[in-house]
Ligand binder design. Structure first.
Ligand code: SAH
Ligand code: SF4
Ligand code: F3S
Length: 465
């Protein structure tokens, strides 16, 4: 039952990293709402600030400590005015460096990993109880366990009670953790082993989101296509099979999923792309490198040719599939020839978009023990060349849409007065002239031009005759 609180408290959550952190932040807000916390967009007004952190690259981790310095000042100001501010660090940095955070930043009241946020109300109660103690007398509250119990079992019920308007699109975590152990990556250590949520739990959460007005759901997992949740009969269901079940939910109009691993792109999932209109023709399928020897050291467990064969199978099932990818440049040992292989695979695939990163050594991963580091200036040059190629491909893809009519989910007012904005099936931003009453539905929009990183659309019905 939801309690009512005379004095509601303000919560500010700052999210770093991937979409799963965005989802987790929403879950934290949901878990705290019954305890009187409402979210604020103004950090200075917050009684509780949570930093939901990312450990994927060195830069991402460093941000946490600089933000904590700023928070210490804000906390001081609130205290000077008779108020207070509790500070929590959540997410993957908390998981990886929990003890160090508590040691380096005594301003932090609680530290908890991605598997512990359902225990947040209880941790907060403990923090409240010692908030007036001298910092030296406080016991650090750190929870970085990987518990047996399923945190999701605590959450959907809370989420269902929440009446906050979700908007038209929502994330839904179906799978978490990773067993792949790519040699550069911290995720298997920060998120733990691969776990899939049961089918019934996912369907219930999806129905709840649709009831709240959501039209498009993006299924999330660090390895989303390795999903293998159990149905009511105890049978293991793949992501492809799950897509068919979700397609039956009335009112759900679009389904996406991310991030997939090439090795888990199975026949059922490819068939779902052929059969289900609801499954959007856009696939994020990172390859990281086009060089077989680098792929091997990265422990990706497939070759460049195998990746290309998967792309061909997908395109045979859904010819208009737009692809996106992730790339790492400057992995230890990457030669000029290896890098040329990466440029070649990009040229062969033709990406609609791609994310690219300079290799960042992560302590504790096998990659950290490899010699033959690529110098920074070489990494910079390779990143620049790769991004140049990908940007040209993105522009070419946008350009190829001009003249076509496509369904656009109109989500929000546009940047300019008299405009609305939405997304194409291929996840491109689309802007067009139109009144706000278009928002909330999918409209057939003619693409008439491109602007920086988006498409310009035209809707017959929106023009007064
Ligand atoms: N599960 C996804 C990706 C998770 S991390 C997958 O299997 O592809 C998101 C991206 O960050 C990765 O695809 C990779 O390109 C990049 N990344 C991960 N670790 C990195 C590191 N140590 N240095 C640079 N980029 C990294
Ligand atoms: Fe990291 Fe590799 Fe797992 Fe992706 S598949 S999360 S890159 S270990
Ligand atoms: Fe970052 Fe953790 Fe996501 S390390 S990318 S927040 S899984």
């Amino acid at each position: 039952m939801t309690e009512t609180h005379a004095n509601s408290k303000k919560l500010f959550v700052k999210t770093y990293g991937c979409q799963m952190n965005v989802y987790d932040s929403a879950c934290m807000s949901d878990a705290l709402a019954p305890h009187g916390y409402e979210t604020t967009l103004d950090m200075a007004q917050a009684d509780l600030v949570l930093l939901n952190t990312c450990h994927i690259r060195e830069k991402a981790s460093e941000k946490v400590f600089s933000e904590l310095g700023r928070l210490k000042e804000l906390q001081g100001k609130r205290r000077a005015m008779g108020g207070d501010m509790l500070i929590g660090v959540a997410g993957c940095v908390a998981q990886a460096e929990g003890e160090e955070i508590a040691r380096r930043a005594p301003v932090v009241d609680i530290v908890f990993g991605p598997q512990a946020y359902h225990k947040l109300p209880e941790m907060l109660a403990r923090a409240e109880a010692q908030r007036h103690l001298h910092p030296a007398l406080k016991t650090p509250i750190i929870d970085t366990d990987f518990p047996e119990e399923d945190k999701f079992e605590h959450l959907p019920a809370a989420r269902k009670e929440i009446t906050i308007k979700r908007g038209l699109t929502a994330f839904l975590t179906v799978q978490e953790g990773c067993d792949k152990f790519c040699s550069f990556c911290v995720v298997p250590y920060t998120r733990g082993v691969e776990v899939s949520r049961p089918v019934a739990q996912i369907l219930a959460e999806a129905r709840g989101l649709v009831d709240a007005g959501v039209k498009e759901i993006t299924l999330l997992g660090q390895n989303v296509n390795a999903y293998h949740g159990l149905d009511a009969t105890g049978r293991s269901i793949s992501l492809g099979e799950l897509a068919y079940l979700l397609a039956e939910i009335k009112g759900l109009e679009r389904l996406r999923y991310t991030t997939s691993h090439p090795r888990d792109m199975d026949d059922a999932l490819i068939a779902a792309h052929r059969d289900l209109d609801i499954l959007m023709p856009y696939l994020h399928l990172p390859v990281q490198s086009g060089s077989d020897s680098i792929l091997k050291t990265m422990n990706r467990r497939h070759t460049a040719a195998e990746y290309m064969a998967i792309i061909e199978r997908i395109k045979a099932a859904r010819s208009d599939m737009a692809l996106s990818g992730d790339f790492i440049v400057g992995f230890p040992g990457e030669t000029d020839a290896d890098f040329e292989d990466t440029l070649r695979i990009i040229a062969d695939v033709g990406y609609a978009s791609a994310y690219s990163f300079k290799y960042s050594t992560r302590p504790g991963t096998p990659g950290a023990n490899l010699g033959d580091q690529v110098p920074e200036d070489v990494k910079n040059e390779r990143l620049w060349r790769l991004q140049d190629l990908v940007n040209a491909q993105t522009t070419a893809f946008h350009q190829s849409c001009v003249g076509k009519t496509m369904p656009v989910l109109i989500e929000r007012p546009g940047r300019m007065q008299g405009q609305v904005g939405g997304r194409s099936p291929y996840l491109q931003a689309v802007h067009l002239d139109g009144l706000p009453d278009l928002i909330g539905a999918i409209h057939q929009v003619k693409i008439i031009g491109i602007s920086t990183n988006s498409l310009v659309g035209w809707l017959k019905a929106a023009v007064a005759v």
